[in-house]
Write a protein that binds this ligand. Structure first.
Ligand SMILES: NC(=O)c1ccc[n+]([C@@H]2O[C@H](COP(=O)([O-])OP(=O)(O)OC[C@H]3O[C@@H](n4cnc5c(N)ncnc54)[C@H](OP(=O)(O)O)[C@@H]3O)[C@@H](O)[C@H]2O)c1
Length: 297
């Protein structure tokens, strides 16, 4: 099969589309013929050697954690899914023709593979940060960096729960945020004043890591009501950095339910062929994705 991999840490040019051994589904896993793979910032962070953590990357390494595809192997002990089922979920080395998944859910009716590949990681993250920031129905949540993958999920899940949202994004994405039910303003010089004009906020999320934790604490009046997924300095201000994933199975089930009820739709900003993974990484790293970027196989 063909698979994107890298043999050294570095820029997008280290990615290669190579022939590789097919993986197989061990106990509790399934294998899918990948139709689309989601592109996440963590993918290029790992490629650059930024993500060390508990499981250091062993080179050469495959790329990608999110995928949508057609089940073609069912591992020992797996029930409730059969060869031929259309699923999306999380696994490893998903930028490939075949990948093994350890968490999955059936694709709701009407969802394309390209769309489906964009949901797993960002929905898990959105559900986690909403839980950790403790915002309640009827309250107002401020979301800094609201137009990307995680932001698009947060805004729609919050709306479904009766939480009002004020979001910041670039000038080109103001109408996009409003279309997702949020009040919108631009980031950059004077942004905190513009947020104050839109109303008071009970809790805040930093999804962009643009150095705004101090202002988010001032706007909420309580550092315990501020959570960041992208600024490791958040604890210096008494706020929380969220980096430990919650249950992917629960997140996928909730995502499928929201999609089926037409309460969640994350648009695909751009789809790239597998051979253009390097361009997808460069575009993602530029930091202005609206919704999601995906690779199609
Ligand atoms: N800790 C965790 O568990 C975890 C999990 C998932 C993701 N992350 C991290 O969280 C970040 C967001 O992930 P994502 O998948 O949503 O990324 P994404 O889809 O690439 O979105 C990035 C967003 O950042 C916005 N942005 C750029 N500059 C900004 C600024 N100065 N102020 C406010 N917003 C700005 C962009 O908005 P415009 O296009 O409107 O400019 C864009 O929508 C990434 O750094 C990722 O690595 C962490």
């Amino acid at each position: 099969m063909r698979k994107v991999s890298f043999a050294e840490f570095g820029g997008p040019e280290v990615l290669r589309l190579l022939d590789a051994e097919e993986p197989h589904a061990g106990p509790g896993r399934i294998r899918v013929a990948v139709r689309a793979a989601g592109v996440n910032p963590v993918d290029w962070r790992i490629r650059e050697g930024q993500v060390l953590g508990a499981h250091p990357t062993v080179l050469p390494s495959g790329v990608g954690i999110d995928a949508a595809g057609v089940v073609d192997e069912v591992g020992e002990g797996v029930t409730g899914v059969e060869v031929g089922a259309h699923v999306f979920g999380e696994g490893s080395s998903t930028y490939a023709e075949f990948a093994v998944l350890w968490a999955w859910v059936r694709m709701p009716e009407g969802l394309t593979f390209e769309e489906a590949a964009g949901y797993p990681s960002v929905v898990e993250t959105a559900l986690r940060v909403l839980r950790e920031v403790g915002v309640m129905p009827g309250q107002t949540l401020l979301v800094s960096g609201a137009s990307g993958g995680v932001g698009s999920a947060v805004l729609q899940i919050a709306r479904d729960r009766g939480i009002a949202v004020i979001g910041t994004a670039g000038a080109a994405n103001q109408d996009y945020l409003r279309g997702l039910g949020a009040a919108a303003t631009t980031y950059g010089e004077g942004w905190a004043g513009r947020v104050r004009q839109l109303g008071s906020v009970d809790a805040a999320l930093d999804l962009a890591g643009s150095g705004v934790i101090r202002e988010l604490v001032e706007l909420t009046g309580d550092p315990r009501k501020v959570v960041s997924i992208a600024d490791l300095a958040a604890p210096d201000f008494g706020a929380r950095f969220s980096g430990v994933a919650g249950s992917m199975e629960d997140a996928l089930a909730e995502a499928a339910g929201l999609i089926a009820r037409r309460k969640l739709h994350i648009p695909v900003d751009k789809a790239y062929p597998l051979a253009e993974a390097a361009s997808a990484h460069a575009d993602s790293r530029a930091g202005h994705t609206r919704g999601r970027r995906v690779l199609v196989v």
